[in-house]
Design a protein. Structure first.
Length: 209
């Protein structure tokens, strides 16, 4: 398999964690986001959205969207599971993941911040916007995991929820969000102790700067 990514892409980071948890590997191909390589004709032929990640399978099929990729990997390689077998528990893990992937991350994405700047916002104003979006999302996430068993977001095994949370916590730090959510911080610490998460960290990627 080939994984198109960038060390700092949080969506690609999700897929790196999922691959590691499953004991799978993919040949990395890097698209430098700050240099705009994701908008090259070559990469747009892989992913018409010009977004990372994309996963090319052994037979050449191309998968996009990190959550769809993680679920694909989970379906093909069910152990260890990324989603609980109980339908209610599964819906909760998906909901937590989608708060991040659908409602937080897209609003603080590079593309959106650049669009805000193009419409007259200063870089400082776009940072405030990103911080606000992340903080209000994290308020909801802290409530969504309250009462669920530990040490991970939803129990004693990491799930798609943890895969989404860890990169988003890093984004929060990058934007200068003051991390005031004890349960989310505890989940992040539990994940950091696992090699699958540690090895997927941006600092450990060959294209890290
Ligand atoms: N919903 C997509 C989000 C993908 C995405 O936004 N990727 C970012 C990096 S984390 C990207 O490629 N940004 C390029 C840009 O904004 O131009 C997914 O989960 O795969």
């Amino acid at each position: 398999m080939i994984l198109y990514g960038y060390f700092r892409s949080s969506a690609a980071w999700r897929v790196r964690i999922a691959l590691n948890l499953k004991g799978l590997s993919a040949e990395p191909r890097y698209q430098h986001l700050r240099k705009g390589e994701q908008r090259s004709p070559e990469y747009l032929a892989v992913n018409p959205q010009g977004l990372l990640p994309s996963l090319v399978l052994e037979d050449g099929a191309i998968l996009t969207q990190s959550l769809a990729i993680c679920e694909y990997l989970d379906e093909l390689h069910p152990e260890p599971p990324l989603l609980p077998s109980n339908p209610v528990a599964r819906a909760r893990v998906r909901a937590f993941s989608q708060v991040i992937a659908c409602d937080i991350h897209p609003l603080q994405n590079l593309k959106v911040l650049k669009a805000l700047e193009a419409r007259g916002q200063t870089p400082e104003e776009t940072q405030v916007w990103a911080r606000d979006v992340i903080a209000s999302g994290f308020d909801a996430l802290e409530t969504l995991v309250a009462g669920h068993s530990r040490p991970f977001a939803f129990g004693d095994q990491p799930s798609l929820a943890d895969i989404c949370l860890v990169p988003q916590m890093a984004n929060a730090r990058r934007f200068g969000v003051e991390l005031r959510w004890p349960r989310l911080l505890a989940v992040e610490a539990a994940c950091a102790a696992l090699p699958a998460f540690a090895d997927a960290h941006p600092d450990r990627q060959p294209d890290a700067e």
